[in-house]
Design a protein around this ligand. Structure first.
Ligand SMILES: [Zn+2]
Length: 216
């Protein structure tokens, strides 16, 4: 009899623990964010820097191959004609990526590098959120055809990430790319053109801190 009670108790405790785990999972991942399990930690850390995106509908999805890039953020086509507030976004994550001809598996990326990378993509979403439908269409067309436009859009995404306080992660992602790109001069030139340099990031951090200090 005593044995029976204790086993009932054990089951009860086990169930309570399970419920707790569910509650924690549920609290961490709002329904409007769809996140692959393997990246839950990294994506949630990146999202925590963007309180403005808490209610935004964002799906993170693996894709076997994305042309030319590792990750790509864009509005979802199905939600395009909804109001700006109800627009949904998708962040496509390539399963593999190349840095100067060397193949990497995305899930093998160091944690902080991954967080930085996702932080950059969320920067793009912040940028899209400020755009009207017609502006987004123009944005898409220019992004396809104009090199300088791409550079501006990428640098803007980096700037949003730094403004949100993610500079450490952005710098780590950059370091990772640069330290793995051998001496591929062309690739390095491309990175320099399209993304913020460490010096520019520091400058933005200084600006942000000055603004924060003056607001106090
Ligand atoms: Zn980008």
């Amino acid at each position: 009899m005593i044995l029976n009670i204790s086993s009932v108790l054990k089951v009860r405790i086990g169930m309570m623990m399970l419920l707790n785990i569910f509650a924690i999972q549920f609290a961490q991942v709002p329904e409007n964010h769809t996140i692959p399990e393997v990246l839950q930690d990294e994506i949630n850390v990146a999202l925590s820097y963007y309180p403005d995106l808490k209610d935004a509908e964002i799906e993170f999805r693996f894709k076997s191959d994305i042309k030319k890039s590792t990750m790509q953020a864009r509005p979802k086509f199905g939600s395009f004609f909804k109001s700006r507030k109800n627009r949904a976004y998708v962040v496509l994550i390539s399963e593999n990526f190349k840095i100067s001809n060397r193949e990497f598996k995305t899930i093998d990326m160091p944690r902080d590098v991954m967080i930085g990378w996702i932080g950059h993509e969320l920067g793009h979403i912040m940028d899209y959120r400020n755009r009207s439908k017609s502006n987004l269409i123009k944005f898409g067309i220019k992004y396809l055809y104009f090199d300088n436009f791409i550079a501006n859009a990428e640098r803007r995404a980096d700037s949003y990430a730094v403004a949100s306080g993610m500079e450490e992660y952005i710098l780590k992602a950059k370091e990772f790319i640069l330290s793995n790109s051998d001496i591929d001069v062309k690739y390095l030139a491309r990175i320099k053109k399209y993304y913020l340099s460490p010096e520019e990031i520091l400058e933005l951090v200084n600006e942000r801190e000055a603004k924060e200090a003056s607001a106090l």
